[in-house]
Design a protein around this ligand. Sequence first.
Ligand code: 6PG
Length: 233
Amino acid sequence: MQNRNQEKSKQISRWHDFKTQDAINHATLNRILAAADEAIAARGHFSIVLAGGGTPKSVYALLKDAKANWAHWHVYHNDDRCLPVDDSERNSLMARTTWLNHVEIPASQIHDIPAELGNIEGAKAYSNILAGAPEFDLVLLGLGEDGHTASLFPNQPVDNSADAVPVFNAPKPPADRITLSQQRLSNTREVIFLVTGAGKQDAVNNWRNGIAIPANLITPKNGVDVYCFGVNF
Ligand code: 6PG
């Protein structure tokens, strides 16, 4: 019997069904911009943690043309692949070419994961960067077909005492990655999962049926919002 102190915090999730890709993209854009305005008004800065993979790219393309108080934005990544900085598969390169290279966020406030250093050295370096970061304002996350999120994969528990951790045998290539731990991803005021396409249906079914997948290990105090298009629930 787990006592209250040991009891794992249970994820609170709110599910949002969108009927078109355009609708989910604009809802995400609008929420990101509103969260930024709220954070900057309250604390003078806005910290956002970006999702990798393909799903968020169309949202980043909308952010490229958005009007925002960019000087107060601080950008992090929830994971990256251990590849050269200019490799087209790098999450940091996708975010820069799609959005960040086109807006006036100070270079010192864009924190790529140094995944080109390799997973062990890169994770240590990013943990040092994150040590100076307060609670995040907004974390964006994707969902893999197997229920993974960031580079937290099923049956691959990570060291939650660290902010950024090495991944060695990712089933989604490349095998070597760096990911924020679920503990660090949960240290945030807000989480939005972006889930699109029938390929994610099994993961959504497992998630909603309470089957343990990495996505439901993300347990911020305010719960998570799951923005869905093309999946049924
Ligand atoms: C990565 C991502 C990963 C991604 C999911 C969904 O580096 O691959 O961080 O967690 O978010 O695999 O990927 P898609 O958005 O391409 O379906």
